[in-house]
Design a protein around this ligand. Structure first.
Ligand SMILES: [Ca+2]
Length: 387
């Protein structure tokens, strides 16, 4: 008996690359006893059964073949464009006794199984000419790639839309009554692990708009929300997420030139605004070295330092910040002269100790008076995201 009951051959009819889809088909030939009705397509001399199968695959109209082994590359291969009335019964004795008949069975590969094309927890169903994705209610599109639902934060979107890339999505605010497109960071940043970060503010450290005394830190007024649709560019914004979105972590970004760095502040609050509007100091515990790592060649005094929100001492005219770390050369921290953070003071009030540039970075690093890396005045882009 012939050793192959089934002859499997793969053939690619066409190949088009689009996300998750490959129109590959396989043709399978099954050995059958004898077929009573055939229309011949072509006759070949071949070396083996496999060669006959390959010839059959190369023709789109071939639906089967018969094969008769012979010596010296002279085996017979006859391909058919019609093959019917096949049965497992032995060939009749009309000269077909030493032929083996093979009938093609078209078989679609499971695109669902092989490619898993459906995004965002969509269910994939194979069908005759491809597949369908049955989407979770918050998504649509051939691959369930389009976000159609409304989410209260990028975090809640990320939780069910695991395949949603970073970009702009409508985020609810105002107790769900309003929606604004906001930038969502959906993948890990070095320093801010995981995705689901909602953009809240972008601050240009060389501008004065978001200085410590700005009412933007305490109000529910947004500032140019259109740039808030985009990521880590140089355009200032304050988004409704600042006063509407609760969180358990804050991601702080600093960019100097093209050098973009991040750190996470583990801190839960009902909103960013709630951290600032009473002006009370709130301590954080990120650590001096992490704050220093936000900016290359940063400098900070080391005898004393304070980190947190609303770092402001009423009896000092020195460095203050809405978010960050301040340092002093004295152990009591009552005359701070260095800082890394956001929402800094606008004007330097005791210039003797500072670098020649007397404008305070509203975001960045200022240091003098025996700071650990000397005098610096670095104005950065600062970013605040929440999750
Ligand atoms: Ca001092």
């Amino acid at each position: 008996m012939f050793p192959f009951k089934w002859l499997w051959l793969a053939f690619i009819w066409s190949f088009e690359y689009s996300p998750g889809e490959c129109t590959c088909r396989q043709k399978m030939f099954t050995h059958t006893g004898f077929c009573h009705s055939t229309d011949i397509l072509a006759r070949h001399h071949v070396d083996s059964l496999l060669d006959c199968g390959q010839l059959s695959l190369q023709s789109e109209t071939c639906v089967g073949f018969k094969y008769r082994p012979r010596n010296d590359n002279q085996s017979n291969c006859v391909t058919f464009k019609k093959i019917e009335n096949c049965s497992e019964s032995a060939p009749s004795s009309d000269g077909n006794a030493d032929w083996k008949f093979y009938k093609a069975v078209h078989k679609q590969k499971s695109l669902c199984f092989n490619n898993r094309p459906c995004k965002n927890s969509g269910t994939c169903v194979d069908k005759e000419d491809g597949f369908d994705c049955i989407c979770n209610g918050n998504f649509s599109g051939k691959y369930c790639e389009t976000v159609t639902g409304n989410f209260s934060s990028c975090k809640s979107l990320h939780e069910i839309g695991r395949d949603v890339p970073s970009g702009s999505y409508p985020i609810l605010h105002g107790h769900g009554t309003k929606s604004t497109s906001m930038y969502c960071q959906m993948s890990s940043l070095k320093g801010c692990a995981g995705g689901g970060w909602t953009m809240a503010m972008k601050i240009d450290g060389s501008e004065t708009l978001f200085n410590y005394n700005s009412s933007f830190w305490t109000s529910q007024n947004g500032y140019r929300t259109h740039p808030g649709k985009f990521g880590f560019d140089d355009v200032q914004t304050k988004m409704p997420s600042f006063w509407s979105t609760s969180f358990s972590d804050i991601c702080i970004g600093m960019k100097v030139g093209t050098d973009l760095r991040f750190l996470t502040i583990p801190y839960a609050a009902e909103s960013l605004r709630s951290l600032f509007d009473d002006g009370e100091f709130r301590a954080t515990n990120v650590g001096r070295e992490k704050w220093k790592s936000l900016i290359a060649n940063s400098s900070l005094q080391s005898a004393c330092y304070i980190e947190g929100f609303n770092i402001y001492a009423a009896n000092t005219e020195h460095t203050i910040a809405r978010i960050g770390i301040v340092g002093d050369e004295g152990v009591s921290c009552n005359a701070t002269d260095s800082f890394i953070g956001l929402g800094g003071r606008h004007n330097i009030v005791s210039p003797n100790c500072y670098a020649e540039d007397s404008t305070f970075p509203v975001s960045g690093n200022l240091a003098s008076c025996t700071a650990d890396n000397g005098k610096v005045n670095i104005k950065s882009m600062g970013y605040i995201l929440i999750r």
